[in-house]
Design a binder for this molecule. Structure first.
Ligand code: DI6
Ligand code: FE
Length: 414
């Protein structure tokens, strides 16, 4: 490609790196918004300028990369994961498929509590190593920001242990990590029949310490018959609000308790799952700007048959994000790209909506929409080059590892 300058620049423009030769899939406003044969100028880890190469000012760049075609997307954002946990539940998965019932598995101490036991027993080092094993494939496919929840410790000490492991992951890897406190994930065994006492512990002891040590960016809960009631969640949300922490909620996954309306009332960043959400809840979410995070991995693994009402979210203008929900029980998913395909095949989202769901809208679900999620001047230079012709290919290829070059804060991530 030859480059012409429209500007006879008497004022020279400097940048750290210049990226040319690919189409820019900007995802601005949640649409592809493609700039064909684009140019990206990066300075101090941020996008200084982007546009068509033919309009590019004459930058003096320390480093210049010319791709031979392909597309550049924003870095991918996985906005809902439970990546840190002890053990795994593959044996339980196999038992179920060999015909052992849920009741029998529960009687043997299986299910979510088995992960809690394994997480409590594991050292921070072991948790870190195991989480890195699961983080690696996500990074390899272009994830530059990931949210990770606690919620398998369920005691003051082990919830803090999980949050510290999450912080350690951030310091060790070239990826932005957002930590979420999900202490209200399940009633811990020692609080059986005393869920309100556990909520009290979360509000009075755990949350204040987490806030003081700056260990979490948000607070989440599981609002469901088998977990916590809307009234209990509201107590957690009030405590979070007093400490200035944003909230989000696992809501309407298995039944309708109107947790998503409660979340909207607290201006939640997101409400997640939502297979059983009703139109009144959707209106509340639209009014509060709460993002709907859909999790096709859990839908698939549970063989759920009720789809989240994608068309109603569209009609009411609720932004839809997608995430892996990576967890040992209902979504042992190590690929965000597979979630794109599932969202299109199972939920009938369009490839453009799906891609917006792991970039633009996922950023909003984490409250980082001002600095991440699209290719726009001023945003952090997190982007991915793919040797593909069209963005829909990211959704189309099932599994496998597509080659890509990941740029994190302006630098190639190796
Ligand atoms: N919803 C889920 O699907 C998972 N947690 C949640 O709130 C289940 C987590 C597990 O089974 O370990
Ligand atoms: Fe989850």
């Amino acid at each position: 490609m030859t480059e012409h300058s429209l500007h006879d620049s008497s004022t020279t423009l400097h940048c750290d790196s210049l990226w040319l030769g690919a189409d820019l899939v900007t995802l601005r406003d949640g649409h592809y918004n493609i700039i064909e044969n684009g140019a990206l100028a990066i300075k101090d880890g941020r996008i200084l300028w982007l546009g068509a190469a033919q309009d590019c000012p004459d930058f003096i760049a320390k480093q210049r990369t010319e791709f031979d075609g392909g597309i550049i997307t924003p870095g991918l954002i996985d906005c809902h994961t439970h990546l840190v946990f002890g053990g795994d539940r593959s044996a339980e998965f196999e038992q179920r498929l060999n015909g052992v019932s849920y009741a029998e598995i529960a009687a043997q101490g299986g299910g979510i509590i088995s992960t809690v036991n394994a997480t409590r027993q594991a050292s921070a080092e072991t948790l870190l190593e195991q989480a890195e094993f699961r983080l690696r494939p996500l990074l390899a496919e272009g994830v530059t920001c990931i949210e990770i929840k606690s919620g398998y410790g369920l005691s003051h000490e082990s919830e803090l242990k999980m949050l510290r492991v999450i912080r350690e992951l951030k310091s060790r890897h070239a990826v932005d990590v957002k930590a979420t406190l999900l202490a209200a994930h399940a009633v811990p065994p020692e609080f059986k029949g005393r869920a309100d006492d556990y909520i009290e512990l979360i509000c009075q002891e755990l949350l204040p310490q987490v806030a003081q040590e700056n260990l979490a960016d948000a607070v989440d809960a599981f609002c469901e018959h088998l977990a916590f009631s809307p009234a209990q969640v509201e107590r957690v949300f009030n405590a979070a609000r007093q400490l200035g922490l944003p909230v989000k909620l696992h809501a309407e996954q298995l039944s309708s308790l109107h947790g998503s309306t409660l979340a909207a009332r607290f201006g939640a960043l997101s409400a997640d799952h939502l297979e059983y959400i009703e139109e009144s809840d959707i209106k509340a979410m639209a009014a509060s700007g709460t993002v709907a995070v859909l999790l096709p991995g859990a839908y698939y693994l549970l063989r759920e048959t009720q789809c989240p009402p994608v068309e109603l979210f569209r009609q009411h203008g609720v932004p839809i994000a997608l995430a892996s929900d990576a967890n040992p029980g209902t979504s042992p998913a190590l690929s965000l790209r597979l979630m794109l395909n599932m969202a299109c095949t199972l939920f009938r989202m369009t490839p453009e909506e799906a891609l917006a769901g792991i970039t633009c809208h996922a950023a909003r679900a984490l409250g980082v929409q001002d600095s991440q999620g699209t290719l726009e001047a001023g945003k952090v230079a997190n982007f991915v080059h793919w040797p593909l012709k069209r963005p829909a290919e990211l959704v189309y290829w099932l599994g496998g590892q597509l080659p890509c070059t990941v740029i994190y804060q302006g630098e190639v991530r190796l």
